[in-house]
Design a protein around this ligand. Structure first.
Ligand code: FES
Length: 62
């Protein structure tokens, strides 16, 4: 996974930003939004943010 890739264009949130939020305890879309701002604009990235969240949650919990 490219950590520098932007997932949320509106807020310029990258995969790495989401990873950091997950590493810091975020486990829901709401918590990711609070930590990074992702999904707080147009909302089009919601599914993509959810997938990245799931990916890093699984990685963290293993
Ligand atoms: S791309 Fe994430 S809110 Fe618009």
């Amino acid at each position: 996974m490219d950590l520098n890739k932007i997932v949320c264009e509106c807020l310029q949130v990258t995969n790495g930003d989401i990873k950091n939020a997950v590493d810091n305890g975020a486990s829901t879309l709401e918590e990711i939004r609070e930590a990074t701002g992702a999904t707080d604009g147009c909302g089009a990235c919601t599914d993509a943010v959810q997938r990245v969240l799931d990916y890093f949650s699984e990685e963290r919990d293993n």
